[in-house]
Design a binder for this molecule. Structure first.
Ligand code: AMP
Length: 401
């Protein structure tokens, strides 16, 4: 398709806001994706990052027999390189899966010094709509690599004063490569828009899965938490705090694995200390709630508190401090929450060790991996993926736990 046609296809596409469905509109789900920041022009963002405007693309081309059939601007069916890894033996382990994913990324991440532009992509169906942009399924023409293309209008970004936030997001996310973190392969811009080339998370938003299932079974919650721990260990080792961990910012990959996305609030803080306040109230840790006065610094341990809130929400279906704004703040400041009786004692214990007011006393990521609840549900197997892909390799012992 010619670039002009592609542009026209873009204009024609209407995106149904997938966040608007009835599941989401119920109850108190008024959560926003965050906002803020000081002004830096989007033009300068793109110009100053010319060196970063290079995408690391796969050498691998999709097998034509499996590749998506393109109808007009719609990719009707796609096969990703990593799908080859789907037929796995029953005794496949997390370690194996991890190694394999690393190998896959080693293949995928062959750097090519390339300037990207819209004409290089075939645009497929809309995947979703965020506050400042729309996301489309896309295919890079020369390699057949399937990705998600996030399109944001510069004018809207300027209006929302989120240019600095976007620049930070790009800088941080393009330096991350982990199976539980959405990859940012590159970015480019034209006169009006900024395009982010993202890893395609085939099963969409975790938030929607949670709303649909109301709450997750303990085995599933535990495996998601274990994956969050793996991602956070990686981030914290690189001195990155995410600061906005919540189901809305987590996507699900084709194998049922979770992938943290949305690094708009994240910071790279090598000195380990930050003073700014931001984030969504329900997930806000007490030390961030107290504001920026005096020596009120905070560390990457903010993500541990949010992980506690997330664990609770996975298991209960709603966040522990959900209430009016004033009451939520009050409850967070006191660490005032109750866990319903259907939650197992082990899960309850982990939540208790994460939702600790004193950041220094929160359980460490390494200790979460050894926690009985995690060990019980994640003992060296890859069951979350297996179950998500139809339960083919699912063991019977933990089926109803
Ligand atoms: P965002 O603007 O990042 O909040 O994205 C808006 C919506 O697009 C999300 O809620 C997802 O439904 C979808 N989306 C964003 N990024 C991806 C991705 N990498 N893979 C699949 N869907 C995505």
């Amino acid at each position: 398709m010619e670039v002009a046609n592609l542009e026209a296809a873009f204009e024609r596409i209407t995106v149904v806001d997938e966040n608007d469905d009835q599941l989401v509109s119920s109850k108190t789900y008024h959560k926003s994706k965050g906002s803020v920041s000081t002004a830096v022009t989007v033009t300068s963002l793109s110009a100053s990052n010319a060196a970063a405007n290079r995408m690391k693309m796969p050498l691998q081309k999709l097998a034509t027999t499996n590749a998506g059939k393109i109808v007009g601007a719609n990719i009707t069916k796609v096969t990703l390189p990593s799908q080859a890894a789907q037929s796995r033996p029953a005794d496949d382990t997390v370690a194996n899966a991890h190694r394999r994913t690393l190998t896959e990324s080693a293949i995928i991440v062959q750097p090519q010094l390339k300037q990207w532009h819209l004409g290089m992509f075939e645009i497929g169906k809309p995947l979703g709509k965020g506050k400042f942009g729309r996301v489309y399924l896309a295919k890079e023409r020369s390699t057949g690599f399937v990705c998600a293309l996030k399109v944001q209008h510069k004018a809207e970004l300027q209006q929302g004063k989120v240019e600095k936030q976007l620049r930070r997001e790009i800088e941080i996310q393009s330096n991350l490569a982990h199976p539980n973190i959405v990859r940012l392969f590159g970015h480019f811009h034209d006169a009006k828009r900024i395009f982010l080339i993202l890893e395609f998370a085939g099963r969409g938003e975790l938030y929607k899965h949670l709303r649909k299932e109301q709450r997750f079974a303990e085995w599933k919650a535990a495996q998601y938490v274990a994956q969050m721990v793996a991602a956070l260990k990686y981030l914290h080792k690189k001195h990155v705090m995410h600061r906005d961990i919540k189901p809305e910012n987590i996507l699900v990959g084709l194998h049922g694995e979770i992938k943290i996305s949305d690094f708009g609030w994240s910071v790279h803080a090598p000195n380990n200390r930050r003073k700014t306040m931001c984030g969504t109230l329900d997930y806000l840790p007490p030390e961030m709630l107290r504001g920026g006065g005096g020596d009120n610094f905070y560390t990457e341990k903010v993500d541990l508190w949010s992980l506690g809130v997330l664990t609770y929400e996975f298991l209960v279906g709603e966040a522990p401090f959900e209430d009016t704004q004033v009451m939520t703040q009050r409850k967070i400041a006191r660490g005032d929450y109750t866990v319903p009786s259907f939650v197992s004692p082990e899960a309850r214990d982990l939540i208790k060790r994460l939702l600790v007011l004193d950041p220094e006393k929160r359980i460490a990521l390494e200790d979460i991996e050894r926690h009985p609840w995690i060990v019980k549900h994640c003992k060296g197997s890859e069951r979350a993926y297996d179950r998500a892909s139809g339960g083919k390799f699912r063991g019977s012992s933990e089926r109803d736990s």
